[in-house]
Design a binder for this molecule. Sequence first.
Ligand code: NAI
Ligand code: MG
Length: 360
Amino acid sequence: ASARTYRITALAGDGIGPEILQVGRAILDAVAKRMGFGIQWQEGLIGGIAYEQTGDPLPPETLKMAQDSDAVYLAAVGDFKYDTLPREKRPERALLGLRAGLSLFANLRPVKILPQLVDASSLKREVIEGIDLMVVRELTGGIYFGQPKGIFTDAQGSRRGVNTMVYSEAEVDRIARVAFDLAQKRGHKLCSVDKANVLEVSQLWRERVTAVAAEYPDVELSHMYVDNAAMQLVRWPKQFDVILTGNLFGDILSDEAAMLTGSIGMLPSASLGASGPGVYEPVHGSAPDIAGQDKANPIAQVLSGAMMLRYSLDQPEAAAQIEQAVEAVLAQGYRTGDIYSEGMTLIGCQEMGEKILAML
Ligand code: NAI
Ligand code: MG
């Protein structure tokens, strides 16, 4: 099985995207060579660069290419210079189009604090040391998509803004299974976050998650209201293993959880569907303020590559090798600017890539 060749769509996008993607690809190529499998890259246009060249931030050829691949390796899109464009032309629109086009309903964000970086967080060492949690956010339902939505004018001429939070039983069940499957492979604990004291949609959510839990007797299920979860995440984050939540709550909690580590340049993510290619990308954006200066931290991109190996390509050993190489390079004291602290060795994006390659 390890002799096969995977077809991967590489989407560099804007800002620091091309710099960090180049590093990530070189590392994936190296680990593939070592482990005896192949990666066939195909490059697509996405984001502002795609808009400038084709008039569309997600050209149909890019989506088609993504659909026909084993996985999508994405960097980042966006630049403040596109902020004045109409909504459907904005680079960020391409992300929504890609999620919808690949039916990616599960967003996975691991939040792990590496021992070398505990001092990068603004929280106390004892609070964050050893954090290893995973936020599973439902990505294609909930209030961002529910109908009716819009700004409506009534007969008297006064306007109302409307969004609707909807979850069907089937939508809850499938995201719950993704989260329980992960919990089984991790710490066997799952905390489902909702607002069941106020929202009917959350009552159904809680009921279905509890029902699905019966299929996973080895996973300990708890429920938490989202306001409390927001507090608990900063009070004692180590109580969590897998956090399962809907689209809106997950958007907020996953950013909060990411910031526990204090280092946006370190955090990978995966977006998965029921079958077909997943999308693997860093949590951060295109960082236009440091683009083209060789200052970006490529590690979130590199670790997203490791997630791709683990979740889409079934190469967990190759994934672990990349993760270990990253930790080893940090242990040697090499740092990009975003994670730099006194006494460490400051290096650029490209050199960080070279150090990780050498370690591999
Ligand atoms: P951002 O994540 O791009 O940058 C926030 C801050 O973190 C900046 O100071 C940046 O220099 C720094 N930073 C981010 N990644 C870094 C890395 N790898 N190494 C070192 N420093 C890093 O968020 P911002 O500034 O709000 O947005 C910039 C653009 O990115 C916008 O157009 C936004 O819409 C887009 N964006 C795209 C995302 C995506 O492609 N998934 C996600 C978030 C924002
Ligand atoms: Mg967000």
